[in-house]
Write a protein that binds this ligand. Structure first.
Ligand code: CAO
Length: 535
């Protein structure tokens, strides 16, 4: 096996382009076309694909290095001994000069209103608008991104060709645009307009993620910035402007959830992630102003043989969510036992009928139904704390999440409108959702919108635990432990009753102890006597 190098291909004459991401590590097996590094200029980022398959034996660049064509990026132990093909250059430069768009021509007149149009985008037609980066009234500088277009292979930011104020926008997310499509109207601010775009980015259909802009001298300042990272770098799916913003703010993009199409990260997602952190830091509220002491690093191998196994994605997300909840929610847990002797008698009497209709009637649907009644009777639990820290969001619907243990970790599907459903319907829906959870088939929508969660460990045992509130969307969670026969004093004697231990955790910012006491008392009374559901 020969050691071969992978070099920077033709990147349109750009020199000293910064390495912003290295997508591989020594030992990785890479295939031809896999993204190996991401380079970024002021206007565009480019993924550099491997031009040969093999195993990475050395990485010859560091983050922040400035590279040009032919700089060595990697050494690979190439598969087979065939000579390395020439670097995949560079998707063909589509330098066909486009007719100067109306806007650029018109923009030369200072202070006039000009249409903003889609420039030459390499001949691609009907390209989808996936992001609108400006709104009416915004002041933009020449080169600022107006919209982002995306095909299934590449996305590109369409920049303003002149500075000015956005007067109107004629497009919305999902629209399909081609060269010459009108984006909106700009009132130019009179500065010298930038040159009309003449170079198109690499044809958007082209598979290689590298774009070859026209030679530098001709490259207009306002040419659409090809965003080559649609193929995703690591797990992050974002354009260069978003990446730049994240870098400027020091945000780890892997921690931000994208709300754009197909989970694409938007600038607003980065801002929404940063805002509460800054607010908390400024108020000194989140950590009492003292910060969290960092945990020491421990080398466990000193104590014996160990194996390090990566967490599943679900476990990692759960770990983050639990830490967020632990740090942000002042949580109180209160305990009580519900007498389910009569509930169990009723459930057992219904078992045959349930089986006949293919349903499995465990205590859980009864508890879910009783919790829904308690949320209606004590709406102080059916709320969220608003992110402004000053308001409470009251919900007029009753959706309840059920914690489900799956081989990959904990998932919480949500049963909607529980207050309007019967016991068999609830039992069936919980079973379907729990099966989907275990099979890894739940959709994100099926795990959203919950008002309250029930975590049942009844089948496993235990007589009480303190569940974590699912922040920020919920303020309460009910832990259900294993029912057992206990002697209960009825005023004259101890009688055997089947008692179900319940633990109610709540966010003390939203719920007072008295509200929680009322909620629990009501819940216990309904579980103890299901006829109360009819009242
Ligand atoms: N006390 C005694 N027995 C109980 C009980 C309780 N509180 N709850 C359930 N049981 C019994 C059931 O009746 C059933 O017995 P039968 O088959 O004889 O009727 C048996 O335990 C198994 O029940 P199940 O687990 O199949 O069904 P379920 O409706 O109780 O629970 C589900 C469904 C999806 C919640 C459960 O399978 C699950 O995943 N639980 C784990 C939840 C979890 O991980 N929580 C921790 C989250 S961290 O906060």
């Amino acid at each position: 096996m020969a050691i071969q190098t992978i070099k920077v291909p033709d990147i349109g004459g750009a020199e000293g382009v910064e390495v912003i991401e290295i997508s591989v590590k020594v030992g990785d097996a890479i295939a031809e076309g896999d993204s190996i590094v991401v380079l970024e200029t002021d206007k565009a980022s480019m993924e550099i694909p491997a031009d040969k398959a093999g195993k990475v034996v050395a990485i010859k660049v560091n983050l922040g290095d400035k590279v040009s064509q032919d700089a060595v990026l990697l050494e690979v132990e190439a598969e087979g001994s065939a000579a390395a093909p020439a670097p995949q250059a560079a998707a063909p430069a589509v330098a066909a000069p486009a007719a100067a768009p109306v806007s650029a021509a018109a923009a030369s007149a200072a202070g006039t209103e000009v249409p903003m149009v889609v420039p030459d985008i390499g001949g691609a037609e009907g390209v989808e608008v996936i992001e609108i980066s400006v709104k009416v009234g915004d002041e933009v500088a020449a080169g600022d991104s107006l919209i982002v277009l995306e095909t299934d292979k590449a996305s590109m930011e369409i920049p303003a060709e002149a500075a000015g104020k956005i007067i109107s926008l004629a497009v919305k997310v999902g629209d399909k645009l081609s060269q010459g499509s009108v984006i909106g109207v700009l009132a130019t601010s009179g500065g010298a307009p930038v040159a009309a775009p003449v170079a198109a980015p690499a044809k958007v259909e082209a598979a290689p993620a590298v774009s070859a802009p026209a030679p530098k001298a001709e490259a207009p300042k306002a040419a659409p910035a090809p965003v080559a990272d649609v193929a995703q770098t690591g797990d992050v799916y974002a354009g260069p402007a978003v990446r730049k913003l994240a870098r400027q703010l020091g945000v780890d993009m892997g921690k931000v959830s994208g709300t754009g199409p197909r989970g694409r990260l938007l600038k607003d997602d980065v801002r929404a992630y940063v805002k509460p952190i800054v607010q908390a830091a400024q108020s000194g509220a989140s950590f009492g102003g003292s910060g969290i002491p960092v945990l020491p690093v421990v080398d466990y191998s000193k104590f014996g043989e160990i194996e390090i196994v990566k967490m599943s994605k679900i476990k990692k997300l759960t770990a983050d969510a639990m830490t967020r909840s632990w740090l942000n929610v002042p949580r109180i847990t209160q305990f009580d036992d519900a007498d389910i002797t009569d509930l169990e008698a009723f459930r057992n009497s219904m078992k045959a009928e349930a089986e006949k209709r293919g349903s499995k009637l465990t205590p859980l649907p009864f508890i879910v139904k009783a919790v829904a009644a308690a949320l209606v009777a004590e709406p102080s639990f059916n709320v969220s704390v608003h992110q402004d820290g000053e308001s409470i969001v009251h919900k007029k619907f009753v959706h309840i999440g059920i914690a489900v243990d799956t081989p990959n970790g904990l998932l919480v599907p949500v049963v909607r409108n529980v207050d309007k459903k019967g016991l068999f319907e609830l039992a069936d829906e919980i079973n379907v959702l729990a099966k989907k959870a275990r099979d890894g088939k739940l959709t994100p929508a099926e795990m959203q919108g919950g008002c309250f969660t029930i975590s049942s460990l009844g089948a496993m045992g235990g007589n009480g635990f303190t569940p974590m509130v699912s922040a920020p969307t919920e303020v309460g969670i009910l832990g259900v432990s294993r029912a057992q026969m206990k002697p209960v004093w009825n005023g004259k004697e101890f009688i055997p009753r089947n008692m179900l231990p319940l633990s109610l955790s709540y966010d003390h910012r939203a719920v007072n102890g008295a509200d929680a006491g009322r909620f629990m008392t009501y819940l216990v009374s309904v579980i103890g006597d299901l006829r109360r559901l009819l009242l």
